[in-house]
Design a protein around this ligand. Structure first.
Ligand code: SF4
Length: 700
């Protein structure tokens, strides 16, 4: 018999699993001893009311039965439940003792790009004011650092998309470089489908055939790590064939003559050889983009997670700039951010080199301003630290003796993961604030339970730079607390209560508004009240009664002279080349139903069921050479480590390349294999290419 419905409640929220931040409603129906949850899309401007499978099931992990519900300390290798009072006493005594012995910088702080703007802001303040440590960075280093550095250098500021998503419909040619939107941000696909139906020519650059490349008119099947050279080839054709916009170059850019000279010395046939893309196809792509009246360029991790990621993105920006395709309806650039708050997470000071408002930690005026907002002496503000992976090296070298992790799983997400795990084992004290016993949390000395997106109020900034308010919908389960409460209470135990007086997320946002005022990412004009009334507000927004800036660079770029910078990008080859012992190139990425290291999506039964284990994509011809059959366990090995995953034979991948997704830990953690070499400018690791060998786990 049907069970009677006693109560129905609608939670008005947004999906946490990517940078689109689609709005949705989760309907909770409860009766005597039962409860069901159903997610439905909610009309909103960013996704035009669409919701993908991740968003449809994103409530399942928040309701999972293995949420951590109370603080836990490790005693004799086992976690035991303790009170918050005991947890506070433990964390304060350990951190204080370690700093007394080794100095303030002996503590590192590691954040995440899924934290709300308020938590990201507070984590930066916690590291610099409560701990007085220079060592803070976050997993967004692996997500956006190449595109952010490139945007800052080329345009004078970095915002993921320079244009609103609605501009895609007006682009006559679109370059999708190293981005698999069909799986990573599925609700964006209809923007591109519609643009194509309206006549846009789409060029996709990817070593794999994906749902995204299938949409394209032209798929450039580039060798991993050779994106920058491919962009050089297109630039060479554009400049030599005169598809450039001279008036735009003259009035709004600098560095064109050097770029032109540099391109003249390049050989298109050689570019074809090193990129694996025939010269004819490079010409076709250049002609399509160069001749189009409007055009947009999008990059993502395929281009950015390289040891030349910064320069590779710069070269794609060169393409937009020399053709005058910036600052107009249907003309602009976009870094398709992956993490839920990948945009906001990089603006408020959880990066080693940044203070809130995208201010620089090296700039005296910026330091003085933020010190004033925080009520400390500018001289007491620590200096620049190091990037995420470099922090792991400092932990390994025992320079950092304690680590405070919030909203991240570094033991799975860092490259060279065995080295990272070895380092974390050397720590004298590891504190992890998380919802689940992630691979990193399992290694902790102390776990502090935190709230999920259904319980925690705060703002997030989507890939367009649109700030959105996500309201709390459920009480915190068990004894879990919000990130900002945890930080405030630990800071108080460290004697810094006066600097952390917050009673709500909104109070923190009010301080963030002031801290960002006059900075590049200016949120001063944005308030919770306004966000409740409007459908998100774009930054920069310095004025509470005026709209934020939807489309950037319409009249000038953000450099003092108003001009964008072009740059000559030399050919760069991946840090690690194939050899007899390691004859294949490995590239990594996401799958449709998982997010980051899978800590949340692996706990959603509907998402996990769709892809419950990792796998290795390999071309049938390559598989034959290595005696690998379909759906068998294989060992994948690099110079750093090895993993075991199941083979998946497919002609969708280059014969010289294999692919493994990044959402699993343990023996399936592909980052045990990936290369830790860093881009010298932005410190992005070269996740997207390393040399590997494959063999059946059980030889027949
Ligand atoms: Fe939207 Fe991204 Fe969530 Fe899918 S994963 S529903 S595209 S926010």
């Amino acid at each position: 018999a049907a069970q009677a419905l006693e109560q129905e409640r609608v939670m008005d929220t947004q999906c946490p699993f990517c940078s689109v931040q689609c709005k949705k409603l989760v309907v909770e129906q409860t009766g005597d001893g039962w409860a069901t949850y159903t997610a439905v899309p909610k009309p909103n401007a960013a996704s035009e009311g669409r919701l993908c499978t991740k968003g449809m099931h994103a409530h399942q992990h928040a309701l999972a039965s293995d949420r951590i519900l109370h603080p836990m300390a490790k005693v004799d290798g086992e976690f035991v439940r303790i009170s918050w009072e005991e947890a506070h006493r433990l964390v304060a005594s350990k951190l204080t003792a370690i700093q007394r012995t080794y100095g303030d910088d002996a503590i590192g702080v590691y954040g995440g790009g899924s934290l709300t703007n308020e938590s990201a802001y507070l984590l930066g303040k916690f590291a610099r004011v409560a701990l007085r440590s220079r060592y803070i960075d976050y997993n967004g280093r692996f997500c956006m650092s190449a595109a952010a550095s490139a945007g800052n250098k080329a345009f004078g500021m970095d915002r993921g998309l320079t244009n609103p998503l609605s501009d895609i419909a007006h682009a006559r040619c679109i370059i999708l470089a190293g981005t698999n939107i069909a799986e990573c941000q599925p609700t964006l696909m209809p923007y591109f489908t519609q643009a194509k139906e309206d006549g846009a020519f789409i060029i996709a650059i990817d070593p794999r055939r994906t749902g995204t490349t299938e949409l394209a008119n032209l798929h450039l099947n580039v060798k991993p790590g050779m994106d920058a050279a491919l962009a050089s080839g297109m630039l060479k054709v554009i400049v030599e064939q005169g598809y450039t916009d001279h008036a735009f170059i003259e009035a709004r850019t600098k560095g064109f003559n050097e770029l032109k000279e540099h391109l003249a010395a390049m050989d298109l046939e050689q570019i074809a050889e090193i990129t694996g893309v025939p010269a004819g196809l490079i010409r076709q792509a250049a002609e399509a983009f160069g001749k189009a009246s409007t055009g947009m360029v999008f990059t993502a991790r395929g281009v950015e997670q390289q040891t030349d990621g910064y320069l590779a993105v710069r070269n794609f920006l060169n393409l937009a700039l020399v053709t005058g395709k910036m600052g107009r309806e249907g003309s602009g650039y976009g870094a398709i951010t992956g993490q839920g708050n990948g945009q906001g997470g990089r603006e408020h000071g959880q990066k080693a080199d940044q203070l809130p408002g995208y201010r620089s930690i090296d700039n005296e005026a910026d330091r003085a301003y933020i010190a004033g907002v925080w009520g400390i002496d500018a001289g007491d503000l620590p200096g620049k630290g190091v990037s995420a992976y470099e922090m792991m090296e400092k932990i390994h070298a025992e320079e950092i003796r304690a680590l405070f992790v919030m909203g991240s799983n570094p033991v799975v997400s860092n490259p060279n993961a065995d080295f990272v795990e070895e380092g974390l084992r050397k720590l004298e004290f590891l504190v992890v604030s998380d919802m689940f016993l992630s691979e990193t949390a399992r290694m902790a000395d102390l776990i502090l339970p935190t709230t999920s997106y259904l319980e925690n109020e705060g703002t997030l900034t989507n890939l367009e730079g649109r700030v959105l308010l996500r309201e709390a919908n459920r009480p915190a389960p068990g004894e879990a607390k919000h990130d900002w409460q945890i930080l405030g209470e630990v800071a108080a135990r460290l004697g810094k209560a006066a600097y952390f007086p917050y009673k709500s997320a909104e109070q923190i946002f009010e301080e963030l508004r002031i801290a960002s005022r006059g900075g590049i990412a200016d949120y001063y004009g944005i308030t919770y009240e306004r966000l409740r009334r409007e459908e998100g507000v774009y930054w920069p927004c310095p004025d509470p009664v005026r709209p934020g800036e939807k489309r950037l660079f319409e009249r000038s770029f953000a450099h003092p002279d108003g001009k964008a910078e072009l740059i000559a990008v030399p050919h760069h080859f991946p840090d690690e080349q194939v050899s007899e012992a390691y004859p294949l190139q490995l590239t990594t990425g996401r799958v449709l139903t998982h997010y980051l290291t899978g800590v949340q999506t692996r706990r959603s039964h509907s998402l996990a069921a769709r892809q419950f284990e990792s796998y290795l994509e390999i071309h049938p011809a390559t598989a034959k050479k290595h005696r690998i059959e379909d759906a068998v366990l294989i060992r994948l090995e690099s110079r750093r480590g090895s993993i075991v995953v199941r083979s998946k034979l497919t002609a969708d991948i280059r014969e010289d390349t294999v692919f493994v997704p990044m959402h699993w830990g343990g023996i399936q953690n592909v980052n045990k294999v990936t290369n830790e070499a860093l881009d010298p400018t932005c410190k992005m690791p070269g996740f997207k290419v390393c040399a590997v060998q494959v063999r059946p786990l059980i030889e027949s």
